[in-house]
Ligand binder design. Sequence first.
Ligand SMILES: *Cc1c(COP(=O)(O)O)cnc(C)c1O
Length: 410
Amino acid sequence: MDHTRISADAQLRERAARVIPGGMWGHLNAAKLPANYPQYFVRGEGCHLWDADGRELIDFMCAWGPMILGYSDPDVEAAANAQRRQGDVLNGPSARLVELAELMVGTVAHADWAMFQKNGTDATTTCAMIARAAQGRRKILVARGAYHGAVPWCNPYPQGSTAEDRAHLITYDYNDSASLERAVAEAGDDLAGIFVSAFKHDLGKPHELPSPAFAKAARALCDRSGAALILDDVRAGFRLHMGGSWETMGVKPDLAAWSKAIANGHALAAVTGNDRFRQAAAHIFITGSFWTASVAMAASLATIAKLKAIDGPAIMRRMGERLRAGLDAQARAHGVALRQSGPPQMPVILFDDDPERRKGWLFCSEALKRGVYMHAAHTMFLSAAHSEADIDRALEATDQAFAEVARQFG
Ligand SMILES: *Cc1c(COP(=O)(O)O)cnc(C)c1O
């Protein structure tokens, strides 16, 4: 693909290499993706993206989660624009703060109160602080391999943080009640909280829904010890259930962390909690320069209202099931073995016998050539803007991508 050398994307990457360390930070560095993946985008509408070179793509990453109703959703943007004309960051919050807290409390099943931040990491960190402040305990349990953000207390990569930053973390295995019990025993009377992901969505691993037994064990262990059950709903929030992802299990957390999709792409995070943790939440010192910004809150009010009105989770489930069934049939027809897992709204597709993900990335880059943006290792995302026609168009591309995988890998 020699023309990529002079593409707009390549030119931006060249300039970035001079003024941005590594060209791009974190998981978004496109150098880690196949060569035909764009780094830069210019526009999004519905479930369609346009990259810096004008290629139109049907998007199954949804901005890595934040987009849930479609890029540039007209109702969300109208609410955001109306608020922007009045003010965004002021000396303090606008009425949108109270309205949004009321809406979260009315929507999220376990919630008696809500607080707002900007990023998912702000929300998970706030949850850990509230849990620790509640009873002056230190130990926080997290599942091995689970991602809860990129600050030192939870950053999974060691560069730039110390072992001491994570001194009071104890790990357990997701969906393994016995290992959770062992971790609780190790924490003893210093147990502040247990973090659980909405479901097991570790990078590059098959995704697993929580088993009812595990969810109930986590709840019971927190009830017995007085520790906080903390649901990290940052990635899954409002895609599986409007009341919170563990409503599908009938288990209520004490605290929950939200971000990604709650304002359809506007920067916003939230912590919801029950009355047992209200006092602690009121007494920790936590703040941010932009945490009361009203535009994102107006966007969130419109996003949540619309998701409820159209039953967003049901639409995403239906579209995800259509995609999954189509991919399964194609894989069988091409004699390619793969495993689709995760809830249909948030799939991950992993090929069998593919330790270095060469099949996975070949499949994705062949799909990308034909206008479909997927990922070979990370959770993908459906949105309420995906239509049957979009799924069917995407499936035309994946059929040819499977053919190429079958041709190269036999
Ligand atoms: C993305 C994510 C976070 C961190 O959110 P940021 O907005 O990137 O800080 C935390 N937990 C989970 C499960 C996530 O997917």
